[in-house]
Design a protein around this ligand. Structure first.
Ligand code: N01
Length: 491
């Protein structure tokens, strides 16, 4: 019996998803050791976004030592920005070293989650039925590929696939490859395929601002030093230059007239002016909206790669896709063997298409129409004991989502502790807490750089940026502990 907390009881907790955030939750719950924990994972492997995205050039644009669990530093990162497969291996190693595999039910996609008689009833596509006192939804942010509605797409004669569904059976070397889309994904793919394709065409409806970023490999000596003294890893992770860059970046995005955003604008403009020699290409690549309005792209070599003679940039809308290639609205035709759709994700989905039904028949789909929101990206009124990691309106602008998930987990742990200690059997966000949050959030979001006039996946169906619109420190402070009065406790 736990003598410190005599009233603490064991709860049944279902975690949805075994990506970065689900692994975090499972690991923390296993460490606490008091609960029955089951993780449902629709795929046959862990990894979430790092399992699903396997495109050439995949890397994380957050420095590797910052995109790492705080409790599991990794001396082995090969470079300042880690390649995707290495990140996947890191998560696999965490699952293995913490023996989490036995908690995970693979190949089980939850299709329905309904609150009945004080518990959550879970149903999977395979017909498994389960129940839970608490649900942790760790279903990811950018998860469902967005297929573009371009006329003739299916008529394309060669292989064509979305960036998150890469077909590795298709040989790339010496082929004519078209890449549609120039978000972080399209830019990484083009940088990786330049020099492999015989002809590479980067098709951009809207060019992007590019922030130059060094990406030096770590030497064997550096890795040995990290191994010998983990404090050196902290020195990179919590390095003053990086943390102050994160703070300056949030100041920039939340205030579109701040000195910090003007600083970013100057850097990306200089990058374009200094890097692209041909004035015609330079003008093609010059965005007509403000820097960081779309999620800023970090690249050390994109401008160099698109100046190669075997790489072409095609700017403007596509008229149609034809069996032999892509026809632009200006009539230009690009003959292609392979077409890659780096066209992004349906960023408003979160737990959907799963059916989630809360108290009194509340439907998450209705609660999130026209646009999803969750208090601190974690809770929604009417859905008691249902906690999200990286849910809607959390910070998603060029930050380490691991850090965000860890902060949210710290907050969720305290709500779980309330339930264990008998404060209530259920904890439900008050509707007025949500209303007040959304009013303040929406007013603030309209003033952020994301709302300065471009289109991006940040904008919800009302055109409001759905990312956290305040500072990083405000997020840290507000997720440090649940605020008295925000929640209703039900016995
Ligand atoms: O997707 P996006 P992404 N015709 O939505 C174009 C994260 N990420 O996969 O701008 C023609 O940014 C669309 O054009 P437009 C990161 O958070 C992180 O690249 O709408 N083009 C745009 O260019 C990132 O922000 C890493 O005019 C069409 C592109 O497709 C997020 O994922 C790495 C079109 C979509 O860009 C999403 O990035 C990679 C059409 N019909 C990704 N439809 C890290 O390093 C769409 N487009 C952590």
């Amino acid at each position: 019996m736990n003598t410190e907390h005599p009233t603490r009881k064991s709860l049944r907790i279902v975690v949805m998803g075994a990506g970065m955030a689900g692994i975090l939750a499972a690991l923390r719950l296993r460490e606490a050791g008091r609960h029955t924990v089951v993780v449902y994972e629709k795929a046959d492997r862990i990894g979430g976004t790092w399992r699903e995205n396997t495109y050439p050039g995949l890397a994380c644009d957050v420095p590797a030592h910052a995109y790492t669990y705080s409790f599991a530093p990794n001396a082995e990162w090969s470079s300042y920005l880690a390649p995707g497969p290495e990140i996947q291996r890191y998560f696999e190693s965490i699952v293995q070293s913490h023996q989490l595999e036995s908690l995970i039910r693979f190949g089980e996609e939850i299709t329905r989650c309904e609150f009945v008689d004080g518990q959550w009833r879970i149903e999977t596509a395979r017909g498994t039925h389960d129940r839970a006192d608490i649900v942790i939804a760790a279903t990811g942010v950018l998860h469902h590929p967005s297929m573009p509605a371009i006329a003739g797409l299916d008529s394309f004669a060669g292989p064509h696939f979305h960036s998150a569904r890469w077909d590795h059976s298709v040989p790339l070397d010496g082929r004519r490859i078209g890449v549609i889309g120039c978000g972080s994904t399209g830019v990484q793919i083009v940088s990786a395929l330049a020099g492999r394709a015989s002809n590479l065409v980067h098709i951009q409806r809207t060019p992007q601002w590019i922030m130059p970023t060094p990406n030096d490999p770590y030497t064997e000596e550096q890795k040995a030093a990290f191994r010998a003294d983990p404090a050196l890893i902290d020195a990179v992770r919590y390095n003053e230059e990086y943390t102050s860059a994160v703070r300056r970046f949030t100041s920039a995005i939340i205030d579109k007239e701040s000195p910090e955003i003007h600083e970013i604008e100057a850097v990306v403009l200089k990058n374009l002016e200094d890097s692209v020699r041909d004035p015609v290409l330079r003008e093609k690549l010059r965005p007509d909206y403000r820097a960081a309005c779309k999620r800023l792209i970090f690249s050390s070599d994109y401008y160099q790669k698109v100046q190669r003679p075997d790489v072409e940039v095609a700017i403007g809308p596509i008229a149609q896709i034809e069996p032999a290639g892509v026809r632009m609205a200006d009539g230009a035709f690009h003959a292609l063997d392979i077409l890659v759709l780096a066209t992004g994700f349906r960023a408003d989905r979160f737990v959907r298409p799963m059916r989630v039904l809360g108290r009194n028949g509340a439907d998450i789909d209705a609660a999130w129409t026209p646009a999803p929101s969750a208090y601190l990206g974690i809770t929604v009124p009417g859905f008691p004991n249902f906690f999200m990691l990286n849910g809607p309106t959390g910070p998603v602008g060029n930050f380490s989502l691991i850090d965000i998930a860890e902060r949210q987990w710290g907050y969720i742990e305290q709500l779980i502790a309330d339930l264990e200690s008998g404060k209530g059997r259920l904890v439900d966000l008050k509707a007025e807490t949500m209303r007040d949050y959304d009013q303040r959030r929406i007013a603030a979001a309209r003033g952020t750089i994301f709302g300065s006039g471009c289109k991006s996946w940040y904008l919800d169906a009302n055109g409001v940026p759905s990312s956290w619109p305040w500072s990083y420190d405000a997020f840290a402070e507000q997720t440090a502990r649940p605020r008295a009065g925000d929640y209703e406790y039900i016995h």
